[in-house]
Design a protein around this ligand. Structure first.
Ligand code: GDP
Length: 430
């Protein structure tokens, strides 16, 4: 059976923790989209880790971790990440890199950086990891698959074809130096040797695992709002962040997905740029305080270190986010963070052109939306590490009931801290 673990919001919902936790009783964990442009923070008995490319099952010797065909594979970053976790005493993970995954090339990163520079003040705030040029090339069919590394004539041919286009762009649009195909080819051959032991037929492996009744987790990156079709386009990422795409990016049949676990924080956070709509944002000192207290070390991007924007829980966005993911269960993280507040607001509506709605709108309307809040009492105590849902303060349970009623999806897990075991289980009321 397949369970997808995906984000309901803008990313950084705590998917890494939930995946790491569920991986204990799973056989396979697959990353199905995105690249090293975002990170998952995992805190376990071996330490604190920020994973960018490796699946979050990396810490269990019984788990096979797969980098699926939908991922943008930056080999250099993957090799560095593998080294960094083994340097911290973690045994090398069982890893399969799909031979159908495509390579994130140095020219993707250059193009990303050059384009941000060209856009100047209108830049998207890209992490400059090359993700947008990578996916553009994939769909323009000039991408290079991992399997191409093992067919040198073909590799050189594809590289030359891609560079013919890139170099025109680099020299004439961006006024930057051209790249040399031969040099890039040699670099790729060296990198190929570093991943050779891991490359394999992930598609065959996954289908065999399903036949054997194994449990497979699909690990999403970012969240619903960042999906290029159903999110806040164009302030999205360039790969699909929805569980539905997991079937393509991880090569599992749609009928095998039994659970879609949507992760959302008990407040909002987004690492996006300040030009993005973020309706329930909390600014000023109150925002600074929430940012400082949020997550396990404050709300700062796992990849970029950028301060995240924070806000009250946005029930309008989260309801939509859970709907488009097809959530069968919701995991609510970071409830412990809110224990310092006398009152907690929840954004239950958007006011757009004088009318209040709870339906998440398209981007031009979203840009005009103003939050409509409902205020609930806080619980004013520290619940960090709580393992029994029923023992939580009544106000905390009322807050969770309120969120569940507004997002219309069953909250089954409520996380009380960043560590693996800091978790409570709840019987949903829906
Ligand atoms: P992901 O990309 O969705 O995996 O999210 P990140 O790892 O980027 O961000 C989530 C942050 O919240 C990390 O710092 C986690 O360690 C932290 N975290 C996850 N669950 C909890 C929780 O229940 N309480 C607290 N305080 N922090 C949590």
């Amino acid at each position: 059976m397949v369970k997808a673990i995906v984000g309901a919001n803008w990313g950084d919902e705590g998917k890494g923790k939930i995946t790491d936790m569920l991986a204990e009783s799973s056989d396979v964990v697959i990353r199905f989209q995105g690249g090293a442009n975002a990170g998952h923070t995992i805190i376990n008995d071996r330490g604190r880790f920020a994973l960018h490319t490796l699946p979050s099952g990396a810490f269990y010797p019984h788990v096979t971790n797969i980098i699926g065909n939908g991922v943008a594979l930056d080999i250099r970053k993957l090799v560095d990440e593998l080294r960094s976790i083994t340097d911290q005493g973690v045994p090398a993970p069982n890893l399969i890199i799909s031979e159908r995954a495509q390579l994130l090339m140095p020219y993707h990163k250059l193009q990303d950086a050059y384009e941000e520079e060209r856009l100047g003040g209108k830049a998207f705030g890209s992490t400059k990891s090359g993700i947008a040029p990578f996916y553009s090339d994939k769909y323009a069919k000039i991408g290079i698959q991992v399997c191409d590394l093992f067919h040198e004539d073909r590799l050189m041919e594809r590289l030359t074809a891609a560079l013919a286009i890139k170099n025109v762009l680099f020299q004439h649009l961006y006024h930057k130096p051209a790249l040399d195909a031969q040099e890039l080819f040699q670099q790729l051959l060296a990198l190929r040797e570093e991943i050779r032991p891991y490359v394999g037929d992930a598609v065959g492996f996954v289908h065999q695992a399903l036949k054997e009744g194994k449990t497979i987790l699909l690990e999403g990156q970012l969240g619903s709002m960042k999906d290029p079709d159903l999110g806040i386009f164009p302030m999205t990422t360039s790969s699909h962040t929805l569980a539905g795409f997991g079937c393509v990016g991880a090569a599992v049949p749609p009928t095998a997905v039994e659970d879609v676990i949507c992760v959302t924080k008990a407040y909002s956070s987004s690492v996006g740029s300040h030009t993005e709509p973020f309706v329930s944002e909390l600014l000023g000192e109150a925002g600074d305080e929430l940012r400082r207290r949020g997550g396990d070390k404050g709300e700062f991007g796992a990849t970029t270190g950028r301060p995240r924007r924070v806000g009250w829980f946005d029930a309008v966005a989260t309801k939509y986010g859970c709907m488009v993911q097809g959530a069968t269960k919701v995991a609510l993280t970071c409830l412990d963070v809110l224990g310092y507040l006398d009152e907690i607001k929840v954004c239950t509506g958007y006011e757009i052109d004088g009318k209040v709605t709870d339906v998440f709108p398209v981007t031009p309307l979203l840009m005009k939306a103003k939050p409509v809040f409902t205020t609930l009492p806080g619980w004013k105590c520290d619940i960090r590490g709580c393992k029994d849902y029923e023992s939580l303060p009544q106000q905390a349970k009322d807050y969770v009931d309120f969120l569940e009623a507004h997002i219309g999806a069953p909250i089954t897990m409520v996380s009380s801290g960043p560590k693996r075991e800091e978790m409570t289980y709840r019987t949903p009321k829906l």
